[in-house]
Write a protein that binds this ligand. Sequence first.
Ligand code: ZN
Ligand code: ZN
Length: 177
Amino acid sequence: MSVLPLGDGLYEIESASDHTYLVDLEAGRCTCPDHVFRDVRCKHIRRVAIEITHGRTPPPGKLSVTCHDCGETTFVDEDAAEPFYCEAHTIYPGDAVVDRETDDRLTVVDVSELRADAVTISDRETTVADYATNEGYEPDVPVVGAVYPHATVATNGVIPDSLKVYVFPRTRLEKAT
Ligand SMILES: [Zn+2]
Ligand SMILES: [Zn+2]
């Protein structure tokens, strides 16, 4: 039996006998005769539950997508926006990342929901997306704020500029391993 998630907690299931049934998992309903006429928890509902338990099909409310960085299949919320990342490639504040342009290592301080084409770089008249070195990256991805790891210390203290937060399109950064 193959299971195809349709979203909204619905699953299409093709039985070995080539019949196609629709399972509504949260309502505990199936369109097969066993369920409709005999009102039993049929093998299709059980099969969908098993597929979810084993991580082979997404639970209700989740979608099956591929990770932007590694191509692995991962489950995300149905209303999540691209780019999608698996758990190993999701970045959080405090994580070390690598700038794909320069190979510099940085530490993430903020993962925004704002898009690169909607955020203006403070001391320049351009958005993050239009900034020259960001041309190769998608304009509609979230921005990530990051700092270079080594603050520069002079005789009279830390140089403020060395603590500056730089803003990158999400896809320019890669989680450091
Ligand atoms: Zn059934
Ligand atoms: Zn990944």
